[in-house]
Design a protein around this ligand. Structure first.
Ligand SMILES: Nc1ncnc2c1ncn2[C@@H]1O[C@H](COP(=O)(O)OP(=O)(O)OP(=O)(O)O)[C@@H](O)[C@H]1O
Length: 256
C-alpha cells in the first residue's frame, strides 16, 4: 500500500503555545479519513503542519514517501481550506481552477489548450460546466467548494485535504458534495477531511482520527458505533462521544 501521509511524533507550537502534542498520523492511498475534534483541538493546525504551511518543531512528516522538507510535488495535493479563509472572492471560477494548472506549467508561459481542457474537464467532473466566467463571490457555498475541488482535479491531485467543507451548507448540498467526494474516492483519490459532524460523509468514512487539546485520542474505524444524533451515551466510540457537545449545540452556520 502506498503511504500518502506519515506523521510521527509531530509537535507544533504557534508562538509560545504548544498546539500539537506528539501526533501520529498514517494515511494510505485510497483511504477516506475524517479528522474530528472540538473547536480549538488543533485540526486546522495539523492540516497546515502536514502541508508545511506552518513549521513543526518536533517529529517527522513524510508526504508520498518524501520528507516534508524535500517534498516538491505539491500538485499531488489539493487543499480546500475553510471557507472563511477563502481569499479568491473576486476571481472567476475559471481563474481559480486555472490556479491548479499554474504549478504544472513552466514559469511565465501562458496557459495553452491542454490547460483550458483540463480546467473544462475538472469543472465538468464537479458539475460546474458553464460556471467558468462567474465570480467566486456569486457562487453558493456548495458551488465554491466544488470550484476549489475542481482546482485540485485540474492539477491531477492524488490527495484531497478539505477543512470543514460542509460548514454553512444546507443538508441537500452537503449530501451532493458527499456524493461527489465518494465518486472521486472511487476513482482513486485519497481524502483527508476535517469534519465537525459525520453527517453525509458517514457511509464513506473508513476511519476517524480524533484530536483533543492537540493530541490524538482515537484513531480507528467508525463501524459499530451508535449514531451521534441518537445517543448521548459516552460509551459510544470515542470518535463520536467526543463530538457530542458540538453535535448537539445549535449552530448558527447551518441556518445559512
Ligand atoms: N497564530 C496562532 N497563535 C497562537 N495560537 C493559535 C494561533 N492560531 C490558532 N491558535 C490556537 O491553536 C488552537 C488550535 O487551533 P486550530 O484552528 O488548529 O483548531 P481547530 O481544531 O481547527 O478549531 P476549529 O474547529 O475551531 O476550526 C486554538 O486554541 C487556537 O486558538
Amino acid at each position: 500500500m502506498t503511504t500518502v501521509i506519515e506523521a510521527r511524533d509531530v509537535s507544533t507550537w504557534l508562538g509560545d503555545v504548544q498546539i500539537l502534542h506528539s501526533v501520529d498520523l498514517h494515511i494510505t492511498a485510497g483511504e477516506v479519513v475524517a479528522l474530528l475534534g472540538g473547536n480549538g483541538s488543533g485540526k486546522t493546525t495539523l492540516l497546515r503542519t502536514l502541508l508545511n504551511l506552518v513549521p513543526h518543531q518536533e517529529g517527522t512528516v513524510e508526504l508520498f514517501g518524501t520528507p516534508l522538507e524535500k517534498f516538491r510535488a505539491w500538485t499531488r495535493i489539493g487543499y480546500v481550506p475553510q471557507r472563511g479563509r477563502l481569499q479568491v472572492q473576486n476571481a472567476t471560477v475559471d481563474e481559480v481552477v486555472m490556479l491548479g494548472r499554474l504549478s504544472r506549467r513552466r514559469p511565465f508561459t501562458p496557459h495553452g489548450r491542454a490547460d483550458r481542457e483540463a480546467v473544462a474537464a475538472a469543472l465538468a467532473r464537479v458539475n460546474l460546466t458553464g460556471f467558468g466566467s462567474r465570480a467566486m463571490a456569486h457562487l453558493s457555498g456548495g458551488q465554491q467548494q466544488r470550484a476549489l475541488i475542481a482546482r485540485a482535479l485540474a492539477a491531477h491531485a492524488d490527495l484531497l485535504v478539505l477543512d470543514e467543507p460542509f460548514s454553512a451548507l444546507d443538508v441537500r448540498t452537503q449530501a451532493s458534495l458527499a456524493r461527489l467526494l465518494a465518486h472521486l474516492n472511487a476513482e482513486g483519490l485519497t481524502i483527508l477531511v476535517v469534519l465537525h459532524e459525520l453527517g453525509p460523509m458517514e457511509p464513506l468514512l473508513e476511519r476517524s482520527v480524533v484530536l483533543q487539546a492537540g493530541s490524538v485520542v482515537h484513531d480507528g474505524p467508525l463501524a459499530g458505533a451508535p449514531s451521534p444524533e441518537h445517543t448521548h451515551h459516552h460509551e459510544a466510540a470515542p470518535g463520536r462521544a467526543l463530538l457530542e457537545p458540538e453535535l448537539h449545540a445549535p449552530s448558527a452556520e447551518q441556518e445559512d
